[in-house]
Design a protein around this ligand. Structure first.
Ligand SMILES: [Zn+2]
Ligand SMILES: [Zn+2]
Length: 534
């Protein structure tokens, strides 16, 4: 069974699925795995008829901290200040730093078909007083909170430490204050210059009632308070938080013992690791979500994340590899299987559910979507490099009838992705220049066996076989066998004859991207004696 359906099958009654994020900078594509998993769970619950709400919290009272410093958008001046109170670093009119970056990820989610029923902003929740009962409970049971930190995570807090972060009324920082001495209505606080390494407090102190937005809960307590406040029943979390004695264990214990409510179901998910040289270099293209989505459309990006079970790590290394073309091929294979066509290789369990989960539109007609004509990505990447190709006409000829509107958008989306791929991640061998004008000099070095193979291929191809990559690839193998030539040397001969180089993309697909008459003529020329050195 598809993993999200397995989870849904265990549950009854209305469900509230929640996630939240600190809006502190550009989103790494790996951090999209969580939101996609959430969305797929919500779809599975709804498919089972369970009324389900998807909430997404923006933890914008979190301070600009060491984490934010890792991004170029952080500012010394605002270190320690809640992100909701830091000005927009760019000039595009958002109310705050938090709003700016939250807008970026809300837009990214929408592009992936993820539409939470509600976004909530902690900077708006605290002033309503809704968190006050939890702040009060945490202060009343501060001793228990310290004991939980010690027992669950071996984290020691000093005697008298209180689980609340006052927002300094003098300098506005939240990361620099220390509270003590809860008297039932107020706490004493100090804003310390050296409490944390990444921000300097202003040294003021006083007493304050930590309610109505004057203070916030530490992260683990805030998380547990969100579960209570919104009635959260499911909250998957990343492996980094889900380790034994880690953040999630701490919040679970706080939920049970301090706020007296069973924590939501967890479905810990592994990392999505994006590899590659360019991506780790400071100069090059990063793994920022907005960069990856230029090359990997939403449907394929969702597939990458939903196909493995959440507890499997995903290694995705698109730089200089075929990882992106392979992802498209896998997406096409699962679509074909869903459309009822026979496919090679093993399929994931309930492949039609996997396919449905990869679609951006949850209401899409599965059969219509699966049956749409999808030109292979590698084929498109070749066609785009052959001058003078009428792409739409060519793809319609391959399909055998005009493209539907949906298919035309698929072609458009894939062409854009293939162009972006060629300009960025594609390995050198995928970039070609077909020598249309004349036989490249490299063809002069072909040996007699290679020439015999090319001649045999020319004869086979002049009989007008189906002009697609797979058929032509088979024809090349046949011609090589007829000439008693290892297939690799037949491929090398083709690269020499068409590209003037020793290697290239899959030869059958290369030939399929070119007009048949030209291919036959060139094969004959390369096979012929006229290019032999005198
Ligand atoms: Zn902005
Ligand atoms: Zn201060």
């Amino acid at each position: 069974m598809f993993w999200a359906d397995e989870l849904a099958a265990r549950l009854t009654g209305p469900q509230v699925v929640n996630d939240s994020k600190t809006p502190s900078g550009t989103i790494h594509v790996g951090s999209l795995r969580g939101p996609v998993i959430l969305d797929v769970i919500v779809r599975a619950l709804r498919a089972r008829g369970l009324p389900t709400t998807l909430l997404y919290g923006i933890d914008d009272l979190d301070p600009m901290d060491a984490q934010a410093l890792l991004t170029p958008d952080a500012s010394e001046r605002w270190m320690g200040v809640p992100l909701a109170h830091v000005p927009d670093p760019s000039d595009d009119g958002h109310a705050s730093y938090a709003r700016h970056f939250a807008a970026l990820f809300i837009e990214t989610f929408a592009g992936l078909g993820i539409h939470p029923d509600r976004y909530y902003w902690m900077s708006e929740i605290y002033p309503t007083g809704q968190v006050d009962p939890f702040i009060r409970a945490a202060l009343e049971r501060a001793e228990l909170v310290r004991e939980i930190y010690r027992r669950v995570s071996r984290v020691e807090r000093p005697d008298g430490w209180l689980p609340v972060h006052v927002i300094c009324p003098t300098c506005g920082r939240v990361g620099t204050t220390l509270a003590r001495d809860w008297d039932g209505e107020t706490v004493a606080y100090e804003c310390l210059p050296d409490l944390v390494a990444w921000a300097r407090g202003c040294s003021s102190n006083g007493r304050i009632a930590p309610f109505g937005g004057a203070a916030k809960l530490p992260w683990n307590l805030e998380w547990a308070a969100q579960w209570n406040l919104f009635g959260v029943t499911i909250e998957p979390c990343g492996k980094d938080l889900a380790t034994a004695g880690g953040s999630r264990d701490r919040s679970d214990a706080i939920a049970r013992e301090v706020f007296e409510r069973e924590p939501p179901i967890n479905l810990p998910y592994e990392f999505l690791n994006i590899g590659g040289r360019k991506m780790s270099s400071s100069r090059g293209r990063g793994a920022a979500a907005h960069e990856i989505v230029e090359v990997v459309p939403p449907e394929q990006l969702r597939l990458l994340m939903v196909r493995p079970r959440p507890n499997h790590a995903i290694e995705f290394d698109p730089d200089g590899t075929d990882a992106i073309p392979r992802l498209f091929d896998e997406s096409d294979r699962i679509a074909a299987a869903t459309a009822g066509r026979e496919v090679k290789g093993e399929l994931p369990p309930d492949h039609d559910r996997v396919f449905a989960a990869s679609l951006v539109d949850p209401a899409a007609d599965l059969v219509v979507a699966a049956s749409a004509y999808r030109p292979p990505f590698s084929h498109l990447a070749l066609l785009l490099q052959v001058p003078g190709v009428d792409l739409r006409g060519r793809i319609e000829a391959e399909k055998g009838e005009p493209l539907t509107e949906a298919e035309a958008s698929i072609l458009e989306e894939r062409s854009r992705a293939a162009r972006a791929w060629l300009a960025t991640y594609a390995p050198e061998r995928a970039r070609i220049e077909v020598r249309r004008d004349a036989l490249p000099p490299a063809a002069a070095d072909l040996d007699p066996d290679q020439r015999r193979a090319l001649a045999a291929l020319a004869t086979a191809l002049s009989a007008a076989p189906p002009w697609d990559g797979e058929s032509l690839q088979a024809a090349i193998f046949d011609a090589a066998r007829a000439a008693e030539l290892p297939a690799g040397r037949a491929f090398a001969a083709i690269y020499a004859a068409f590209l003037g180089q020793l290697s290239g993309p899959r030869a059958g697909w290369l030939l399929a991207s070119l007009p048949a008459e030209f291919v036959v003529e060139r094969l004959r020329a390369a096979a012929g004696a006229d290019t032999l050195p005198a």
